[in-house]
Write a protein that binds this ligand. Structure first.
Ligand SMILES: Cc1cc2nc3c(=O)[nH]c(=O)nc-3n(C[C@H](O)[C@H](O)[C@H](O)COP(=O)(O)OP(=O)(O)OC[C@H]3O[C@@H](n4cnc5c(N)ncnc54)[C@H](O)[C@@H]3O)c2cc1C
Length: 387
């Protein structure tokens, strides 16, 4: 599967010299400058913030979690924490943008952990720097692997690759020139699952805009129909998938914490802002911003600790990752709900931040792996919900 080609090291393409603090300062400056104005149109008019995504990429938001250092030497460990923090900064303003960042992070995570050097050479560094954008169609495979639904893409092996057919209902952060990860099954008698990266401009791929959502409208989410789409062997990153999955699953899940942390942070801010006008009555609400601030600090500590060893494969470790993700979804909904109650009627009008954050918060709990899937995974593993 490994077509040998020159692989461009991530750190040599413009972000070298940028330490985590430099990256995060840059991401915060961009987010604070652009997102307060943009968030409303992303939500209400499904505006996809493409140039912002590229700006974040140039600032280094999408590469610290990748396992490659200069000259393709492994880093001391991929730095998921910085990528999570960058996503969280965007999520303080807008979850659509933060989710697009996660999609981008996941695409790079697949490519750089995968077995195709040709793909790393072709688009790896551009994905790492946000010059090529894209996402991940792995919701269905993640549900398949954990016994929830059947794989939706099937392929036949042909000369030099595969012909893939089937439908994926939702894939985000897509568009012309964008790429995304898929998994398809090959063969009928003894099928095996193969993971590859596909380009949105591939012949036979039809993309139907799918933006009638409660929130997350600006994520360029498409329903995808594959009709005999050719996937070259050089774009296969794992064959079979099952051997590769333990390598990427913890990173896939932990990176999502950035969405939760930023949204909780903004809910705390909304509650704090209401103290002056409404503190005399809001003080009677059962949940106060201090509670969420304490919970957020604990969650960040736990996630950043787990994020130090994303390749660990023990059941104990993976159960902790699942529990952290479960808590992140629950806490996000809880914090956004509390912010809504603190804001009262101010938060209930069209265009108010509190109602948008509440709608967005549910996404953290339903995006794969959804709350119900996380609970099923723990149950199947014989693990308790809380350690
Ligand atoms: C805004 C948005 C963006 C997303 N982006 C991505 C992405 O980039 N990549 C990705 O892989 N997944 C994406 N998803 C899917 C997401 O990750 C979850 O898989 C999805 O929200 C459902 O997860 P669930 O576990 O709750 O499953 P459930 O909703 O419980 O069940 C899912 C199953 O129900 C079926 N179904 C869904 N809608 C309907 C309907 N209206 N009527 C009947 N059946 C239906 C589906 O075919 C699917 O098999 C996105 C979803 C949303 C809402």
């Amino acid at each position: 599967m490994n077509a040998m080609a020159e692989v461009v090291p991530v750190d040599s393409v413009g972000a070298q010299g940028l330490a985590p603090t430099g990256i995060l300062d840059g991401v915060r400056a961009i987010a604070d400058r652009r997102l307060p104005m943009l968030a409303q149109s992303i939500d209400a008019d499904s505006v996809y913030p493409e140039d912002l995504m590229r700006e974040f990429g140039a600032a280094g938001a999408y590469f610290r979690h990748l396992p490659m250092g200069p000259g393709l030497t492994p880093r001391r460990g991929p730095d998921l924490e910085t990528s999570i923090r960058a996503m969280s900064i965007a999520a303080e303003h807008c979850l659509s943008t933060a989710f697009c960042i996660w999609c981008q992070d996941a695409l790079g995570w697949y490519i750089y952990n995968g077995g195709s050097d040709a793909l790393k050479a072709e688009i790896g560094s551009q994905v790492a720097m946000g010059e090529v954008l894209g996402g991940t169609g792995l919701s269905n495979p993640m549900k398949t692997v954990f016994g929830i639904e059947k794989l939706k893409l099937r392929a036949t092996a042909v000369d030099g690759g595969y012909r893939v057919s089937g439908n994926l209902p939702w894939v985000s952060n897509l568009g012309p020139g964008h790429w995304f990860g898929i998994v398809f099954s090959v063969g009928t008698d003894n099928p095996r699952n193969v993971m590859a990266i596909v380009d949105c401009d591939a012949d036979g791929l039809t993309m139907v805009a799918n933006d009638n959502f409660l929130a997350l409208g600006g994520t360029r989410t498409y329903g995808l129909a594959f009709r005999e789409v050719f996937v070259p062997e050089a774009h296969v990153i794992a064959d079979p998938l099952e051997a590769f999955l333990p390598k990427i699953r913890a990173g896939f899940i932990l990176l999502q914490a950035g969405m939760a942390f930023g949204l909780i942070q903004s809910s705390i801010r909304l509650m704090e802002q209401m103290k002056r006008p409404l503190g005399h009555v809001n003080s009677h609400l059962p949940e106060q911003p201090e509670y969420f601030a304490e919970q957020l600090a604990a969650m960040e500590g736990a996630v950043f600790e787990l994020a130090k060893t994303p390749y660990e494969t023990s059941q104990d470790y993976f159960a902790e990752v699942i529990r952290a993700r479960l808590l992140a979804g629950d806490a996000t909904v809880q914090a956004a709900h509390a912010a809504m109650l603190h804001c009262g009627a101010r938060g209930y009008v069209t265009g108010a931040e509190a109602q948008r954050r509440l709608r967005e918060a549910y996404f953290v709990a339903i995006v794969t792996p959804a709350t119900k899937q996380l609970r099923k995974m723990l149950a199947d593993m014989g693990e308790p919900l809380a350690a």
